[in-house]
Design a protein around this ligand. Sequence first.
Ligand SMILES: [Zn+2]
Length: 414
Amino acid sequence: MFKSPRALVLAAVAVLLSATALADPAVVVPASSADALAVMRSGNILWAVGQLLALAIPFGFLVSGLGSRLRATCGRIARGRWFWTLVLFAGAYLGISALITLPLDFYGGFVRAHAHGWSHQTLPQWLVGEGVQLLVRLIAASAFLWIPYLLIKRSPRSWWLYGAVALVPVTFFVLVGLPVWVSPLTTHYKPLDDTQLGSKIHNLAARCGVSSIPVFVGGDDTTVVGLGPTNRIVLQSDLATVETPDQIEFTIGHELKHYVMDDNWKALAIIVALLLTGFLLADRLGQAAIRRFSLRFGFSDLSDAASLPLIALIFTGYWLCVVPLFNAYARHIEHEADRFGLELTHQNHADASIFAHEVQMGAPAEWDGFFLFFRATHPSRGDRIRFANSYAPWEQGLASVYAAECTSASPSPQ
Ligand SMILES: [Zn+2]
């Protein structure tokens, strides 16, 4: 049924009242600049080329027989010792892969990053960073790769299950250790020494039942890293200059969601699920490919170190298939962190203006289809601005979604 004119007028007045109850007017979503759209498109192309290379390199190793020849050489150098053959082969494979991708990495990570003012590293600094990353990969491969290969040898039928289970504590260890041992190798972190900001964070955290929260400053990303004992909030080093105190309050509220709701544990659970399914696929598809192409590959058993490119190819292909799902889930988590931050701080205008400002500074307001599907781990800035403009259940005295986790900024008087 249609409502009477009087009811309509009353409804309109109620809407107006609730709108004026918001402290500030809605923030308009600025239009993306032509440059922002061009950068997103060229970034998409770079990303796609990177993924194609990640598929083409192991494919090339397999079909050219280079993999099996390289493994034979490594076997001779290691005098047939199984573990060292695997370590040498993995090292050679990772080293050659890094050399092949170096021009693309150099263009994307140095030339393009400097052209757009994203990076001010000198060439030697950039090269050292690349070297450290390769070194970390080499150490990780040497430390852990023998686990699945030993399992393939011992238990050819169910190695994939044992392998995934065995890598759970390894993944846990990496996630716990990353912020403490790996990240400080390339970025300098220091404890937060801004006492005013420190007490603001402390008060927000206390409202969510967190009595003490480690906060570090460094790098160019504000995020929550670590797991369990190493869980910490990292504030980007220039946060105080790029955000107003109100915006910082919202940003901290957003990050607290990741901390309070154990989002990094959810990440661990997803990694475990991906490992299980990835290993299963590596086994089934790997065995099938070997049965068919063993002559061309130059090896006839998955336990052969030369199968590493085959397993890498399957894992990369699998990852490309699931990355749209992974991104959609990550966007959901980030959207909920925005909701959490708004409920905790009521800084709607400050939240929206963070992203409006980023668009005015040259970031895209909306994702294009390719970016949304393959690359976007966060909602677009336009979506985040629109959400901040419209989400305020406390204005109507409605319950907050995260009322059980934290006490609200200013509880409605009832
Ligand atoms: Zn977040």
